[in-house]
Design a protein around this ligand. Sequence first.
Ligand code: ASP
Ligand code: MG
Length: 443
Amino acid sequence: MIVMKFGGSSVESRAQIEKVLHIVRARLDRRPVVVSSAHKGMTDALINAARLAATGRFDPSVPVSKQRAVAESLGCAPDLLAPFYEEIADLLRGISLVKELSPRSLDYIASFGERLAVRCIADFFARSGVPARAYDVWDLGFITDASFGRARPLPGFDARVKAMFAERVPEGVVPIVTGFVGRNEAGEITTVGRNGSDLTATLLAAGLGAEEAQIWSDTDGVMTADPSVVKTARNIPTMRFDEAAELAFFGSRVLHPSTLLPAMEKGIPVRVLNTNRPDHPGTVIDFNTDAASPPVTSIAYRERQVVLKISSTRMFGEVGFLAQVLAVLARHEVVIDVITTSEVSVSMTTDDLGKLSRALPELERFGGCEVLPNRTTLVIVGQGLPNRKGVAAQVLDAMAEAGVNVEMLSYAMGSINLSMVIEDASVAAAVAVLHRSLFERAR
Ligand code: ASP
Ligand code: MG
């Protein structure tokens, strides 16, 4: 069995869904379980309509006409989705009357994207000769906690999904399953978080013991850098889970950060593939260590970070200084990503200026505080980093060549991640020169 997840752009239109049909049809012998996102832009349209409703304006037309256009192009009968359009309108009207949009209502409205998409895709597949059937993932055991917007399956998920799958999916039927959504024990609809269909797919793959989880998107697998920034970015054929996890966290838009955990726990390979070029082998992410792999696998970055710098002579030789600083930050729920210290100062990055500002009055007790916004954490990831001599020099040379000032630099013992902090404005220049130096010059 394989789990195949198709993202929003892969199911955007009839032309794209026809590609998905061919891809799935060619793999029927591997017993595919298809997980689908909403059609591209649908989740945003639903959420925007809900936000509008919360200001008192009732207008379901944007999401409904968007969905209707796709369903019509696929030749679906109007009554297939009609009850859902009514439910969307009822819900938006309710929100517009109370002018209140709770996380619970937001998940409820956002869930329609996937629920409608799987119904019209399965209907289209069935009429095209692939025996498909649509499923809301909760009917296959995806029962979650009540953390709206970041729900996770309740313990016992693996056994539950196996049992319900065996009971509800007949032999020979290709299930087309909703990504992103779930339902709590009270029967209320939840979601796992934006872009979360990947996570649904790896959770299902882990629960069902699939041989592979495939993430079908619109790039040739994971690339050495964001191809929209670096035109010469190229495919990475194989990666380790830990490398991919670093990249996902640092803004590679191909994978959602928590996606890999379920697959990693069960040792299920994750393959990232391109719906527009199905013959391209993409990227396989697993535990394999490739001795011949290059020292650097990829470049990624997170923009709009904030640096906090605390300068204090008290740090000098004092016991527990950092612990006290971090305790204040923890109390204000400030998440720290990169941290560097010297004898008289400590610098760290976070992505939440609001929370940091609330912690600031207390932090000022420790010394002079500087807050520097508009920073980017730029990371070089590679399993070869710990034992390849001269990579750091090469990286810093490239930054100098790009005329970019490296404000912080962090590399831990044996780490597969070298992090630098630079100004947001320098990202394009830094990434271009780094990519050329690390991937394009003959080494
Ligand atoms: N449709 C959801 C979103 O746009 C989930 C996904 O695409 O993975 O966030
Ligand atoms: Mg997506």
